[in-house]
Design a protein around this ligand. Structure first.
Ligand code: AG3
Length: 288
């Protein structure tokens, strides 16, 4: 008889009828925090993977696709971003990208679950590396409460949430977007991850609708993240004044997904996505 190695797989049910399977090399962490289940596995195809409540948050191999877009779309569209608020994102990936901008004086990270921050520091040093920077203040609390106490304070707010289930649901609501509006300065902008137009078209439509209730200008950008449901991802932007399609400052050096050309490309919506958020109305599709 030959020796055989066990065949371990991690499966994410992206929808009840669609799943992504990653072959596991090793299980590094498998625990429950007060808020969610936290799993860290090392996989053959994508390296280490952070999974919260069964949903992939990042993999070593493709996290840059998402984190670069979340940070640079707005930071490069703002003339002088100094004060940045990151909501969720306890892994530190967005904060790492934000700190590539020399204008930034302070980043406040508000994540409800300190255990995610701890897991990232232990297992994803290349993602969490900026969390100990002197410009970063970490506030482990509910972001819904945090934003209520802040007025006219931030240039850019980045909402790096999990899927809208359980405690993250409120982060996709119009009431929250309105609080974020108030927390932003006069030229402020916010971006939220708004899932896949293939698997969650209704969620995307509702999120854009909610943003339009709170902000003068609303825009949508898209990009590719191979390990997120369907691989096609959206980023919804609310702005008080500025047009985020106009890049004000060049892409930071050494990015792997975002570039000056990708900035404008990201705002070119494929017609089926425009249909979802505007019912095909081209005037509105321009965003303003
Ligand atoms: N936040 C968005 C993850 C959504 C993925 N959804 C899923 N796999 N079903 C990612 C946090 C990374 N900083």
């Amino acid at each position: 008889m030959e020796r055989r190695v066990p065949d371990l797989w991690f499966t994410e049910y992206q929808t009840p009828n669609l799943r992504l399977g990653l072959r596991i090399k090793d299980v590094l962490l498998n625990k429950r925090s007060s808020y969610q289940h936290i799993l860290v596995v090392d996989t053959m195809e994508y390296g280490r993977v952070l999974v919260l409540d069964g949903a992939i948050q990042l993999t070593e191999k493709d996290e840059f696709c998402y984190h670069e877009m979340m940070a640079h779309l707005l930071l490069c569209a703002h003339p002088n971003p100094e004060e940045v608020l990151v909501i969720g994102g306890g892994d530190g990936g967005v904060v790492r990208e934000v700190l590539k901008h020399e204008t930034v004086k302070k980043v406040t990270l508000v994540d409800i679950d300190e255990e995610v921050i701890k897991a990232s520091k232990t297992f994803f040093p290349a993602v969490s590396c900026a969390l100990d920077d002197k410009c970063v203040e970490i506030r482990p609390m509910d972001a819904l409460l945090f934003v209520k106490g802040h007025f006219n304070e931030f240039d850019v707010v980045i909402i790096d949430s999990t899927d809208p289930v359980d405690f993250a649901r409120g982060l996709f609501e119009p009431a929250f977007f309105k609080d974020v509006y108030v927390a932003l300065k006069e030229e402020g902008m916010m971006v939220a991850q708004t899932e896949s137009p293939f698997s969650e078209p209704d969620l995307l439509r509702d999120a854009v609708r909610g943003l339009r209730m709170a902000f003068e200008k609303v825009f949508l950008a898209w990009g590719v993240v191979p390990t997120y449901p369907t691989g096609l991802w959206t980023y919804a932007i609310g702005s008080k004044k500025l047009d985020p399609r106009m890049q004000k400052r060049p892409a930071p050096q050494r990015t792997k997904y975002y570039s000056d050309a990708m900035h404008s490309l990201a705002f070119e919506l494929p017609p089926f996505i425009n249909e979802i958020i505007n019912g095909g109305n081209l005037e509105e599709a321009k965003g303003d």
